[in-house]
Design a protein around this ligand. Structure first.
Ligand SMILES: Nc1ncnc2c1ncn2[C@@H]1O[C@H](COP(=O)(O)OP(=O)(O)OP(=O)(O)O)[C@@H](O)[C@H]1O
Length: 472
């Protein structure tokens, strides 16, 4: 199936010109003037998509929208439209999973060729940088997720290490979800269990096996049959339980208390810890043989301080998620927010950032999250001016339009009506050809086609079709 096209561009004139170009080819085209509308369209309309994404959107920018899409596991092919043509921006876009990029002003021939190529591509898993919805742009995260992706389909036990809130459980779930295992993902917090209950909870028991065992329980291992058992805070497991766990891992069978003997289990083990297990082993608190059984592969997640470049994408992703949960609109962060977020130490890592963004969203008025929403009390050294009450800025509300915006739209409309013919467009707008060219450059409206032999005809046919489609 050919992909649909979504044009995400805040400049109405450019957006219309691009949309018209592809409608004229008989393609299905949707338009969005900001990130939130784009996400709404991607939610509401079935893909697959080619998304033409302007990098300089107001509010949530194009790069952050790209991260949000990748974070959601979207399989759209994204072509970034970059204004400055800076190699850095293009590289960052490709790292975040863009399929291609074009510099503005975009030559329509080139745009057509690039879109045709991507529109014909079958739906495929999102490209590198993305793994089961996790945000990753920092090299250490990209490497960690790459390892996770490769090991996921195997039965290899994986030990995930990293500070609290760095995403260990989230990664474990992602490994399970992409493992192809059909059983359940069962999580056990080994630090929160009373020592006396660990064995019956993990391995199960028969009715009457001990005082209070009024009915049989299968235990977490057998609940995870055919699936994954996630042993969180493994570093806090008492030594006696470590011995029993080691036996189960070695034998591949559990021996429920009061039961008739061992029962074999097919369970993939994932474990996580924020402790330094090497030090725990050296101190005699953790069994080395168990460590080697659990750490078939070890994946270390960095703290947020070591992945500063991911902060804005994580914040945008979680703001968009929180907005959906709260039934709110989120159109981006206000001035200074990105810099402020980047300057915080975030000792609680992604979880702390997520909580801060959620709270700011709840406190915000309107669809933009402002700096003051993150610091409602305002530290004494940095007085926070009260945020002016946000005016309703939702779609459909009346607003004053800048003359430049109206002018750019008028030019784009005229170009479409006149099938891209410059002289005719200028005449009907009542301006000279050179003024029209100057204004087109100013608003980054590219000519529909380079005036080459034999091309005018093709352009006029296309755009005539576009007009008819628009008028329908
Ligand atoms: N790369 C990421 N992209 C998006 N969200 C993330 C990412 N990493 C973590 N999160 C989110 O951050 C929160 C904390 O993650 P998680 O609970 O997995 O951390 P943890 O390391 O297991 O914490 P703890 O050690 O305290 O149990 C979760 O809501 C998770 O969805």
């Amino acid at each position: 199936m050919e992909r649909r096209i979504l044009v995400v561009e805040d400049d109405a004139a450019q957006r219309r010109v691009i949309a018209a170009l592809f409608r004229a080819q008989g393609r299905v085209v949707s338009e969005a003037d900001c990130a939130q509308v784009a996400l709404d369209i991607l939610d509401a309309e079935a893909g697959p998509w080619v998304v033409l994404l302007d990098i300089g959107l107001p509010g949530m920018g194009g790069l952050d929208l790209l991260s949000v899409m990748r974070g959601r596991g979207d399989d759209a092919r994204v072509v970034m439209l970059t204004a400055d043509g800076g190699v850095d921006t293009a590289v960052r876009a490709m790292q975040r999973g863009a399929a291609d990029y074009l510099e503005k002003p975009v030559a329509m021939d080139r745009l057509r060729a690039v879109v045709a190529r991507h529109a014909a591509m079958p739906a495929a898993p999102a490209p590198s940088g993305a793994f089961a919805g996790l945000v990753a742009g920092a090299p250490a995260m990209v490497a960690a997720l790459d390892l996770a992706r490769r090991v996921a389909p195997s039965r290899m036990p994986v030990l995930v290490t990293g500070p609290s809130g760095s995403g260990k459980e989230r990664l474990a779930r992602a490994i399970h979800e992409t493992s192809g295992r059909t059983g359940a993902f069962v999580a056990v917090n080994c630090g929160a269990l009373p020592e006396s209950l660990i064995e019956s909870l993990l391995f199960g028991h028969e009715k009457g096996a001990f005082t209070g065992a009024d009915r049989a329980k299968p235990g977490r291992f057998r609940e995870a049959e055919g699936g994954t058992l996630f042993l969180d805070e493994i570093g806090e497991m008492p030594l006696a339980a470590q011995v029993s766990l080691l036996r189960v891992v070695q034998e591949g069978e559990v021996d429920p208390l009061g039961g008739r003997g061992p029962v074999s289990v097919d369970v993939r083990l994932l474990a996580a810890t924020n402790r330094d297990l090497g030090a725990e082993i050296a101190e005699g608190r953790f069994r080395e043989d168990l460590y080697f059984r659990l750490a078939g592969v070890e994946i270390a997640l960095p703290g947020l301080a070591e992945r500063g470049e991911d902060i804005s994408a994580l914040a945008a992703t979680h703001a968009a998620e929180a907005a959906r949960r709260e039934g709110r609109q989120f159109h981006g962060f206000g001035p200074g927010v990105a810099e402020w977020l980047a300057a915080q130490p975030w000792p609680g890592n992604v979880r702390e950032l997520q909580n801060a963004v959620h709270r700011a969203l709840v406190l915000s008025e309107g669809s933009e999250i402002r700096l003051a929403d993150f610091r409602p009390a305002g530290p004494a050294s940095e007085p926070v001016r009260p945020a002016p009450r946000a005016r309703p800025s939702e779609r459909g509300a009346r607003r004053v339009r800048a003359l430049a915006e109206v002018e750019a739209e008028a030019i784009a409309d005229a170009l479409i009506l006149c099938s891209g013919q410059i002289s005719e467009t200028a005449r009907r707008l009542g301006i000279g050809r050179s003024t029209l060219y100057r204004k087109m450059a100013q608003y980054q409206i590219a000519p529909f086609n380079e005036p080459r032999e034999g091309r005018e005809h093709e352009a006029s046919q296309d755009l005539g079709g576009a007009r008819r489609q628009q008028e329908r």
